[in-house]
Design a protein around this ligand. Structure first.
Ligand SMILES: Nc1nc2c(c(CN[C@H]3C=C[C@H](O)[C@@H]3O)cn2[C@@H]2O[C@H](COP(=O)(O)O)[C@@H](O)[C@H]2O)c(=O)[nH]1
Length: 341
């Protein structure tokens, strides 16, 4: 079986052959110009991973690394059919939804003394214990709890059997290569194997494997084992929020037929053609935004900081999609139930 196209090459290939999703170069350029201003105001930095997000670990120790691995192992499918009927978690007086509800539930459990992020615990966690950890403060449960239980058992066992029960060992084995770490995760942990077949070509999206590397870069502050020399080779993370932001900023466009389906709340299957076009074009659009940003810096006679890459552009767009939910809402997100994003 031929190796899959890497996420970046998959993004390019899909964009060049896509029928219902289009990357808009004018929109790419205008988004890059907006980002240039924000970078100039130091609004897009690696430090933001901690300073902007109170639920993320604030240190860089072994527990923090294992916290990130647990979070990204379950970092998928938080959307609800109806915005009024979603899983919510109250933590330290604040109410969290979506991805943040996962983090809030994790921290709530850890505060209760549950060793949630330790592989020896979650490799044997029972459904009853997991339901307690993810108990909802609304009337609606976390989506896909059965899949989450199965993935925790599988992932915890592999981490214990092959990596001494700590994800720090995987990070050390990657020898400061982001790409090596991504492949190590995909090869050893099946739930991270996010691939598809597009026009006969096997393509890799690796959204959770790549966001895991991005989050480790964040939690380790780009230092020591997290000083990845090739972090710019990690692409944006092909989820269901960034496409909304890219269309909102005009960097990506949908055909009329696809837009109609999205507005009707069409439930796509993972690996449908249109779903892969949305994910592939999102990857390529962010790569082009990053390339254009580099050109803008060069035009100013400045070298772009190596902190500016698809990972940080992704975080900015994702945070924007959260903070400006109302503005973004005019663009429907694509609905898929799967364990990959
Ligand atoms: N592309 C991309 N997708 C991301 C993230 C995050 C959170 N991570 C970062 C956030 C702060 C820290 O900096 C973390 O590093 C979650 N997701 C995805 O979004 C979806 C959940 O969305 P909503 O339903 O609105 O909560 C779901 O597919 C989830 O997998 C990201 O950063 N980029």
């Amino acid at each position: 079986m031929a190796a899959p196209l890497s996420p970046r090459d998959a993004g390019k290939f899909i964009t060049e052959n896509s029928k219902d999703v289009f990357v808009d170069l004018n929109g790419v350029r205008s988004l890059a110009e907006k980002l240039l201003e924000k970078i100039g105001r130091k609004e897009i930095t690696l430090k933001g991973w901690k300073s902007l997000h109170e639920l993320n670990p604030q240190d860089s120790g072994e527990d923090a690394v294992n916290w990130v691995f647990f979070a990204d192992t379950l970092n998928f499918s938080f959307w609800s059919e109806n915005e009024e009927k979603k899983f919510l978690v109250k933590y330290k007086g604040k109410e969290y939804s979506g991805y943040w509800s996962l983090c809030a539930a994790m921290n709530r459990a850890l505060d209760e003394g549950i060793p949630l992020t330790s592989a020896s615990y979650y490799s044997n966690i029972t459904m009853e214990q997991l339901k307690h950890v993810f108990r909802s403060d609304s009337d609606f449960p976390i989506p896909m709890i059965e899949e989450r239980l199965e993935i925790l058992h599988q992932t915890g066992k592999i981490l214990l059997d092959k990596f001494g029960g700590s994800f720090v060992n995987c990070v050390k084995m990657s020898e400061r290569s982001a790409v090596k770490l991504m492949h190590l995760v995909v090869e050893n942990f099946p739930s991270y194997r996010d691939e598809g077949v597009f026009q006969g070509q096997t393509v890799a999206f690796y959204k959770r494997a790549q966001i895991l590397v991005g989050d480790l870069w964040g939690v380790l502050e780009g230092q020591n084992d997290g000083c990845f020399h090739d972090i710019e080779k990690i692409t944006m993370f092909a989820d269901y929020r960034i496409p909304q932001a890219l269309v909102h900023f005009g960097a990506m466009r949908y055909s009329e037929e696809l837009l109609k389906k999205l507005k009707e709340g069409w439930l796509f299957k993972n690996r449908d053609r249109e779903e892969m076009e949305i994910r592939g074009c999102s990857i390529w659009a962010v790569e082009l935004v990053c390339d254009h940003l580099r050109q803008l810096f060069e035009k100013k006679g400045e070298k772009m900081s190596n902190e500016i890459n698809p990972v940080l552009i992704d975080h900015f767009l994702w945070d924007y999609a959260r903070d400006y939910r109302e503005a973004i809402k005019e663009v429907p997100f694509h609905r898929v139930r799967c364990i990959y994003y």
